[in-house]
Design a protein around this ligand. Structure first.
Ligand code: TYC
Length: 113
């Protein structure tokens, strides 16, 4: 999908309509960089806890959460979602805080997409 970034209403020329006066107004918008939240496998965190985290903080349904958890369990690492930096950071903190409260060693990290 093409974006009309130059805030001139999309006439494409960056100026006003054709009345002989060119008035440029251009405010460039930039798409934010996106970041993956990765979940790491360990030998101790219960599978059901990982599924609960994926449902609670990453808005996955039970089937999606189970699939991601099993992928991490088998491959060692998996993607929970892709977010702007602040959102990714919040989800990592929520996950690690809950894991710590339950004394599970679950780890997740952020990686630039
Ligand atoms: N390997 C864990 C177990 O067998 C389950 C697990 C899955 C742990 C994914 C962490 O990110 C994880 N109980």
């Amino acid at each position: 999908m093409k974006r009309d970034d130059d805030n001139n209403g999309g006439n494409g020329s960056g100026d006003d309509l054709d009345h002989g006066v060119a008035v440029k107004s251009r405010t460039k918008t930039k798409k934010p960089s996106m970041y993956k939240v990765l979940m790491l496998n360990d030998d101790y965190t219960p599978m059901e806890f990982v599924i609960q985290v994926l449902e609670q903080f990453f808005a996955k349904n039970h089937d999606e959460a189970t699939k991601i958890m099993l992928h991490v369990h088998q491959k060692g690492v998996g993607v929970c979602g892709v977010f702007t930096y602040e959102v990714a950071e919040t989800k990592v903190n929520q996950t690690m805080d809950l894991a710590q409260q339950h004394q599970h060693p679950l780890q997740c990290t952020i990686e630039k997409d």
